[in-house]
Design a protein around this ligand. Sequence first.
Ligand code: IVH
Length: 709
Amino acid sequence: MTELPKTEADAAAELTDLAARIARADALYHGEDAPELDDAEYDALVRRNRAIEAAFPHLMLADSPSRRVGAAPSGHLAKVAHARPMLSLNNAFANDDVAEFIAGVRRFLRLADDVAVALTAEPKIDGLSCSLRYEGRRLVRALTRGDGSVGEDVTANVATIADIPQTLPEGAPDVFEVRGEVYMAKADFAGLNARLLADAPDPAKARQFANPRNAAAGSLRQKDAAVTAARPLKFLAHGWGEASALPAETQAGVVAALRDWGFPIAEAFRRCEGTAEALDVYRAIEGRRADLPFDIDGVVYKLNRLDWQERLGFVGRAPRWAIAHKFPAERAQTTLRAIDIQVGRTGALTPVARLEPVTVGGVVVTNATLHNADEIERLGVRVGDRVVVQRAGDVIPQVVENLTAGEPRDAFVFPAECPVCGSLAERGEGEVVVRCTGGLICPAQRVERLIHFVSRHAFDIAGLGLVRVEEFFRDGLISSPADIFRLHGKRAELVQRERMSDLVVGKLLDAIEARRTIALDRFLFALGIRHVGEITARDLARRYGTIEAFREMIDRALAVRAETVPAIGENDRKFVLRRGRALVAAVETQGIGPEVADALLAFFAEEHNRAVVDDLLSEVRPAPVEHTTVASELTGKTVVFTGRLETLSRDEAKAQADALGARVAGSVSKKTDLVVVGADAGSKRAKAEELGIRVIDEAAWNAIVSNAT
Ligand code: IVH
């Protein structure tokens, strides 16, 4: 180990730096982002911190990493892919949202008004989700949720939780994954913190957990299962993953089976005939919230019929058949210390409130969003004001009320220039957001784009996280995405860097090489084009199949612009964008609205953006889309639905076509392969017949779907 700091000032400075780096590594490891330090690097930081603290005990920080128990496990756990992804839930905040959820389900399934929709309702436990896999009726593996696709192996830790059966009774399916929450009861949490306090040699330095959820997470995600064994963890089952067979045809039926097999089920679990009854359960659970032995943050409703769940499927990362009805957000009062302006990837200037630390629903909040200039004006906030902050679940805390409003004073002036690059900051017509006009000249936008580029749902480069990207950018090692793929030429420079041993650099360069071929949707998402999120990127990738076809569509749209006006003014530009948009729309891209079309054209109209993309394409190859959907007679075909379908909603029909690898188009053309006609089909049917396209009725469509699945 390198020498200890010589002076107190050096020691204090290094401790502050280490605390920040460790906190950041923890946040990245536990949160959404990819970790940027490997185990050895992380452990080295923690060891260095401990060594300095031992030599200068009086300099130990109030928020020293060593005071935070279990925030990070000692070393990282093995990662294992889930057999079936662990998804999240959409949220409802008001009764109307719940009614809309049910209405959406009815529309999707085309249920007649007199058909009842039975639900289950149960508490949403504020714990840590876990998937328990039984094979041959024995518990073989336990995984945390992780990112939903890949979890962490906590099998040894789970074996110490008394609530969790090690075997399933005779008659249970051969393969069955039980899913639920590992949690710590409120009383056990208080007891654990009291014990930690009593056991600490110096009570002033005692380590404490912030809330039961953190305590549960910190206790379960330990490399040493003996630590978990000494912690009072419990489990509540609420669902399942992969299963070779199901013990019932309803949610309530399977949950009853889980109970029979020995799994704890929330006592408040109810089957409800309809929405009104479900809302009664919500109110009852909310009323008992404080008396429940564990923390909850809402009520989860699920459709009771599993065949309906199956038909409804998923959209994005959440099922269409379940929703979390959240309790109202928790609020607290504090003082506004400063308003900082952050510049995001797309140049948006976002005001952030720096606050006097305050505990809101068990979490210490020091920053909150103020959204935009209008919001600042509406609240009339100024530095020094008393404000109300609100925190709802995993949403970013926000300032919702100003308690000092009304007193005479100068208003906060929203900057007219980008605080990072000094370019003009503009607010577009009808927009709420003020944007830096610097584009890629603005370092903030460039670095944010790079961070986005390497993020988990984009290029996902292991070892290249937020901190390293910022450092590499600052030190001139990378300034555009393509530079990342040229880092191998800078190996000597890299190994000179702090925390970059030969081994670490080797691993990083390997991880970069591994991404030279990348799925087209990830590639498109990574470009960071406004309005092109993961789902849109996937739709575009599916629609165009290859980067060449995608660029051709863009070039055609841009060509319209070039032909129309050689030298264009602002009005012409708008006109041309509209024309270009019409062209994009004409390509009938599924799910691509005018907003996305505009954003795509605006992006590719910029010379420097095209240069960045071309440069990147000289280094990486986006792989053509392989349809992972069921191979069927419809794979790659274009289908048009017309007329009124009796058994299906349009959404469900579309989802079915999607699952079979088919494209759905809105109008019949020579490119159409199949037209499905419902009642009262009009001109589209006639046109299809005229063009000699295969026309089938709804029953034939249903037959195709059931044969394929
Ligand atoms: S059902 C397909 N039921 O909430 C989605 N989830 O926001 C299955 N959670 O990660 C989730 N209590 O771990 C369900 N009664 C409950 C729950 C519950 C807590 C967690 C779950 C999930 C998260 C989604």
